[in-house]
Design a protein around this ligand. Sequence first.
Ligand code: NAD
Length: 519
Amino acid sequence: KRAARFQGFAKGLQRIQCQSSAAAPTTKLFIDGKFVESKTTDWIDLHNPATNEVVTRVPKSTKDEMEAAVTSAKEAFKSWSKTSILSRQQIMFRYQDIIRKNMKALAENITLEQGKTLVDAEGDVLRGLQVVEHCCSVTSLQLGETLQGIAKDLDTHSYRLPLGVTAGITPFNFPAMIPLWMFPVAIVLGNTSVIKPSERDPGACMMLLDMLNQAGCPPGVVNVIHGAHDAVNFICDHPDIKAISFVGSDQAGKYIYERGSRNGKRVQSNMGAKNHGVVMPDANKENTLNQLVGAAFGAAGQRCMALSTAVFVGEARNWIPDLVERAKQLKVNAGHVPGTDLGPVISPQSKKRINELVQSGIDEGAKCVLDGRDLVVPGYEKGNFVGPTILTEVKPNMKCYKEEIFGPVLVALSVDTLDDAIELINKNPYGNGTAVFTTNGATARKFTNEIDVGQVGINVPIPVPLPMFSFTGTRGSFLGDAHFYGKQGINFYTQTKTVTQLWRDSDVTHTKAAVSMPV
Ligand code: NAD
């Protein structure tokens, strides 16, 4: 039955997977423009989160395979970096068209491997596709600077040049969007790339590489290796890799930032979050509650931009019962079932961790006004389902407030004033995103000016910036200098060469060498 449901992408899967006679098919590597079966003996079972059936086995790449990926990227850089910018742009034009035509197939794979609903999975693809579309304007984005006549007959101009081989390490929660934050930006600027997708759902990334092949991208420009810690260490240590883009948890992000930087690489590291939504009593109640519910529970709370913490100011705390009623209406089911609002969480371990954090809140004095921990979905009894859960009377010293839960759990705090809300948020170590809901412009302005968080929404719950801007999480949510995509992404993947030239039409001959700096 499942095979029939996913027929849409069965053809594509034949290229990216290998069907052995035993058990589940294996996911291939992508090296030098070809999908190849790994020679490893070490495999990771990938389970459908709705059923816990094994759908594919992901290899832990061998050292030789990882070396082959970097060698291929290094060789490809020699010619790719000399390809005309118009040729690279044309590939991006074709690529965005192919991705758009295959959005549904990509979404089906995401739902199968990651669990989110089909509609939400299409959103995952779309947000990545927008980065590819933005890359089509590389002819403007990669422009350097120029200044004529900085001294007599002397002009200076600068080029933005690629770095060489770059690498990307991605998390499980956006299997299409986050790889697309990385390799399209890197390669359109003339770099080559080695990607290590999340070992928990690499299928969408592999399909995206198949599509890049179809768009005419030469072999070796992007390569994919699979694995976990060894693959990450390999990337951090390899002398031919010049830059690493990472998105994922705090623990891995800090580790990769430190190890990569120590080896002289550029690293951009987007990490965890605890995003607060401040609800003012003057807000539009209907819209605010709907936005909160969508942003807290959508994708089963497994978004780095989920509004996982609600801060009710003053009388707004009286809205909590209405919030609970709305959250109760959400339908939890397997992601491909029409009408589903929330799919399962990624793994049984993740479900266990979420449930334990909820219990810790209760033990520390919070009230569980909506409890989704024991939810069983008929027909999917083995799935990792957690229903919408709301903890109220949460205090800042509780574990459920301090830790990122990354599940469909909203923790609610109450404060008396806007100043109290701002102080609370600014004391939290994370700085990924925050939002305020109000109908008062002065309140919104004060919040924007005083809040120490890199991405702010005013009456908008998830302020994920479009790619003409950059994704600008701060403080504990980011390590590095240049952020992902937008102008900062262009800076991350380029280095500047500044050329100063003297061309005189008159033949002036100096009689003596000038040994002092000019004054
Ligand atoms: P994760 O850190 O477990 O995995 C991310 C990548 O790092 C994977 O490719 C994995 O193989 C590797 N990895 C995991 N543990 C490692 C370790 N100890 N050492 C070296 N490498 C390691 O993250 P995840 O669970 O896949 O993703 C969820 C996390 O990602 C959440 O914390 C979420 O907030 C964060 N996230 C952040 C953003 C953002 O833009 N700030 C976006 C999406 C997700």
